[in-house]
Design a protein around this ligand. Structure first.
Ligand code: TA6
Length: 297
């Protein structure tokens, strides 16, 4: 595990990046581009915060987020890989895979144009959890927009199928006041209605727990937030599925780390390769799952 001090030696701090530690000692990377800032936990290679200039944080992080080894951090952009949701046939394995509960290696910090870029890598997997010889790289680019790219490479001689998601938690004024566009007329699996397949009619609005996996996603998804007077735009590439989720009251209590009424100020819109959008990589193949996030006034 690279400590904050190790990282300072490897990547001498600059006006564009510096390191700190969470209250539990997790190394944190702070990326700066002018008046735009982002914070990334090396544990999980997980974005925790993205504040464009003159904007409130675009990402939501629970007040009760646990920074404990072996647990996922509630908020930001957790990485779900190599399976999305419960393990397909082994309930003893962790939901959403295992890479969000691992320390990654920070391998590069640099400037590209007028953006600050960080690259992380995870290539050693616990063989009891996962056998295929795949490797993972995450690239985060912070500038006027945020680009998150999760790259899977199949280093084996066998094909491998992976489902995954950039499980983005967005900060909103109030769940009752927002609406989400860009998924109109798309089919979705409704996880709170016996996984039935339905069709999206009009914009998405919230009045209770909502947990849907949309397919045939091919356009920008927008979170319209009149309370914060902004629109958060999410565009995916290498993805034809998207997950929209709010746990509401009961599920928040069961989760236990959503904070008091935290559900009112967050919504997940996840750029994914989920369900039938899982991807099969031939030997030597590479797949990029990318989310581009920006705020429009
Ligand atoms: O992406 C939506 C979802 O699959 C929900 O069903 C809920 O389980 C959520 O992810 C959070 O999962 P987690 O394992 O992070 O508590």
């Amino acid at each position: 595990m690279q400590s904050a001090d190790n990282l300072r030696q490897l990547f001498p701090e600059s006006p564009h990046w510096h390191f700190s530690e969470s209250r539990t000692g997790f190394p944190l990377l702070h990326l700066i581009d002018g008046n735009t800032q982002a914070t990334v936990s090396v544990y999980g290679a997980q974005l925790l915060s993205y504040c464009p200039a003159a904007q409130e944080d675009v990402l939501w992080l629970s007040d009760d987020a646990r920074f404990q080894q072996g647990k996922s951090i509630r908020g930001g952009i957790p990485l779900c890989w190599p399976w999305f949701g419960p393990h397909p046939n082994d309930s003893d394995k962790p939901a959403h895979g295992f890479v969000r509960n691992r320390y990654w290696q920070l391998t590069a910090l640099t400037r590209v144009g007028d953006a600050s870029l960080a690259r992380f890598r995870l290539s050693e997997f616990d063989q009891t959890l996962y056998q295929p010889k795949l490797s993972l790289e995450l690239e985060i680019s912070v500038g006027d927009s945020l680009k998150v790219q999760l790259t899977t490479t199949n280093n084996s001689q066998e094909s491998a199928t992976v489902s995954s998601a950039l499980h983005s938690y967005f900060a909103i004024s109030d769940i009752g006041d927002i609406q989400i566009t860009g998924l109109e007329d798309k089919p979705f699996r409704d996880a709170v209605n016996n996984n039935s397949t339905c069709l999206q009619r009009g914009p998405i609005r919230f009045s209770g727990e909502l947990d849907r996996v949309y397919q045939n996603v091919d356009a920008e998804i927008c979170i319209h937030d009149p309370g914060l007077e902004r629109v958060i735009s999410i565009s995916g590439t290498g993805s034809q599925s998207a997950v929209v989720w709010n746990p509401w009251v009961e599920k928040s209590l069961r989760l236990g780390d959503m904070g008091k009424d935290g559900y009112r100020n967050m919504v997940c819109v996840e750029t994914a390769n989920a369900d039938q959008d899982a991807r099969t990589l031939k030997p030597g193949a590479t797949h990029h799952l990318v989310a581009c996030i920006q705020v429009k006034p």
